[in-house]
Design a protein. Structure first.
Lengths: 113, 116
C-alpha cells in the first residue's frame, strides 16, 4: 500500500528566509508525486507535480521540488518566503492506475514578519 | 462558473437530519471524488466515480450515500450523522480515470459540515 509521511506538522520561518518542507513516500513502483497548498477555508491548489524526467520540478508561486528516488523523498523548497505563503501544504502520491491519491498529514507553515 | 464548485460552503445539521452536498465540475473531466478532511486525520478518500460508475468505496459508513447522475455532478447524501462526522468535505475531479500519472485532481473549496 502506498503512503506519504510529512515529518513536520508545523514550521515557522521568517519572511524572506528559505523554506524546505519534507515529504517521504512509500510506493512499489515509480511514483507520481504532487504538492498541494491549502489556504484557510479553501480547497487544495496544485503547486507542482512529478511524473518522470527531470527530477527537479518547478511549480507556481516560486516553488520547486526535487524527487530523490534513493531517499524516497520529494521535498518542497522556496528560496524566499512571502507572508502570503502561510498555509498548509500537502504532499501526495498517485498510484499507477491513476485512481488513488494518498496524502500526507500536511505541514502548516507560519511566516513571521 | 469555472473549475470545481461545491454547495453549500457551510452546513450545520442535527443527527436526525437528512441533507445533501453538491459538487459540480466545469472541466470536462470523467472522474470525480469525495474526500473527508478532519482535524485529526489526513485527507481521506471516500468515494471514486469514473464515467458515473462508482469504482472505489473506502469503507465509508452507509450514512454517507454518494450519487453521480452524470460526469459533471456528484452528490453526497447525508443521514443520521454523528458528531465525529463533522469535517471539511472536499470534492475533486480528474480528466482520465485510471490512466496513470496524467490524472491530476482538481479540488473544490469544500463544504464545512458541523453535526450537532
Amino acid at each position: 500500500a502506498q503512503s506519504v509521511t510529512q515529518p513536520d506538522i508545523h514550521i515557522t520561518v521568517s519572511e524572506g528566509a528559505s523554506l524546505e518542507l519534507r515529504c517521504n513516500y512509500s510506493y512499489g513502483a515509480t511514483p507520481y508525486l504532487f504538492w498541494y497548498v491549502q489556504s484557510p477555508g479553501q480547497g487544495l491548489q496544485l503547486l507542482l507535480k512529478y511524473f518522470s524526467g527531470d527530477t527537479l520540478v518547478q511549480g507556481i508561486k516560486g516553488f520547486e521540488a526535487e524527487f530523490k528516488r534513493s531517499q524516497s523523498s520529494f521535498n518542497l523548497r522556496k528560496p524566499s518566503v512571502h507572508w502570503s505563503d502561510a498555509a498548509e501544504y500537502f504532499c501526495a502520491v498517485l498510484n499507477n492506475a491513476g485512481n488513488m491519491l494518498t496524502f500526507g498529514g500536511g505541514t502548516r507553515l507560519m511566516v513571521k514578519p | 462558473e469555472t473549475g470545481v464548485t461545491q454547495t453549500p460552503r457551510h452546513l450545520v445539521m442535527g443527527m436526525t437530519n437528512k441533507k445533501s452536498l453538491k459538487c459540480e465540475q466545469h472541466l470536462g473531466h470523467n472522474a470525480m471524488y469525495w474526500y473527508k478532511q478532519s482535524a485529526k486525520k489526513p485527507l481521506e478518500l471516500m468515494f471514486v466515480y469514473n464515467f458515473k460508475e462508482q469504482t472505489e468505496n473506502n469503507s465509508v459508513p452507509s450514512r454517507f450515500s454518494p450519487e453521480c447522475p452524470n460526469s459533471s455532478h456528484l452528490f453526497l447524501h447525508l443521514h443520521t450523522l454523528q458528531p465525529e462526522d463533522s469535517a471539511l468535505y472536499l470534492c475533486a475531479s480528474s480528466p482520465y480515470p485510471g490512466s496513470g500519472g496524467d490524472n491530476e485532481q482538481f479540488f473544490g473549496p469544500g463544504t464545512r459540515l458541523t453535526v450537532l
